[in-house]
Design a protein around this ligand. Structure first.
Ligand code: GDP
Length: 276
């Protein structure tokens, strides 16, 4: 894994500017590996505001693992909700969490005799966790932009999600803090880091290792492997042979096998698999 986030300084500044405008930040994480998607330095910066952690793509994650991750985040004092931004599952809990989080702030405004305005919320997260999908899902058909308020929004658009909630229409881009080779491989699997940063064979071999440890039945049943002895590379060869990915001379097309295995994992056809 050879990955370096471009425009880090600019992205950090953009988040910092957006932060000034919001009451609550939603950090979107991939439910399959929420801890690998985190960047605690950025969280500390964003955490000047109340945080809600949202574990997206729950449909692709192991339900038991998702529950454990949420408990683990709670032990850190972080509230977390799991969602599927494509079907909208879990979205009502997100709205509820926003309402509850805003309540003390709204009470303070009331106590000062001020009118309570809608909660302003921004969404942030690493690439490909589903920020745009999540925003669209929350906003739904309500494309009623509240319009640029000069001096307040500075080019940012707000979308009224509910009577009491406004969403910033552009998500904040975060980047993960990669602290180990394994974490990098997980992020490559989840496509958080781009394909130029890794070699597919390396990531596919890692996936085979994960499958052997956590889901040997997937290898046995989906790929009809009689046994899963040998090296990860031998297993990958056997998968390719079963799938009929061959090149001239009957040899396994190793690169095609790697590519297809990653593709299958990413679209969920290997089942619900969590990585953290
Ligand atoms: P962004 O880069 O964070 O804005 O991510 P996108 O919203 O573009 O989503 C990245 C990919 O993940 C797209 O192919 C989405 O269709 C997919 N995606 C987003 N949310 C979900 C989800 O909850 N479940 C599944 N299965 N896929 C999702």
């Amino acid at each position: 894994i050879n990955w370096y986030p471009g425009h880090m300084v600019k992205a950090r500044r953009e988040i910092q500017n957006s932060l000034k405008l919001v009451d609550i930040v939603i950090i979107l994480l991939d439910a399959r590996a929420p801890f690998s998607c985190r960047n605690r330095d950025l969280e500390r910066m964003v955490g000047q505001k109340p945080l809600i952690m949202v574990l997206n793509k729950m449909d692709l994650a192991d339900a038991g693992c998702t529950e454990r991750y949420i408990e683990e985040l709670a032990r850190e004092g972080l509230q977390a909700v799991a969602v599927d931004a494509i079907t909208g599952k879990g979205m009502s809990q997100v709205l509820k969490a926003i309402g509850q989080t805003y309540k003390p702030l709204a009470d303070k405004m009331l106590a000062k005799g001020r009118r309570v305005r809608p909660a302003r919320v921004m969404v942030a997260g690493v690439p490909n966790v589903g920020k745009s999908t999540f925003l669209n899902c929350l906003v739904g058909k309500k494309v009623a932009k509240t319009g640029a308020k000069p001096g307040v929004t500075r080019g940012k658009q707000w979308v009224r999600v509910r009577e009491d909630i406004e969403l910033m229409d552009t998500p904040g881009l975060m980047w993960p803090k990669i602290e180990s080779e394994e974490q990098g491989l997980k992020l490559a699997l989840l496509e958080v880091i781009g394909e130029n940063a890794y070699h597919e064979d390396q990531v596919a071999l890692y996936l085979v290792k994960i499958l052997r440890e956590k889901r040997p039945e997937v290898l046995k049943e989906k790929f009809r492997l009689a046994d899963i002895e040998g090296t990860d590379e031998e297993i990958l060869q056997a998968v390719g042979r079963k799938r009929g990915y061959l090149i001239k001379g009957g040899e396994v097309d190793f690169y095609k096998t790697c590519h297809m295995l990653l593709h299958d994992f990413r679209k969920g056809s290997l089942g619900r698999i969590s990585l953290d």
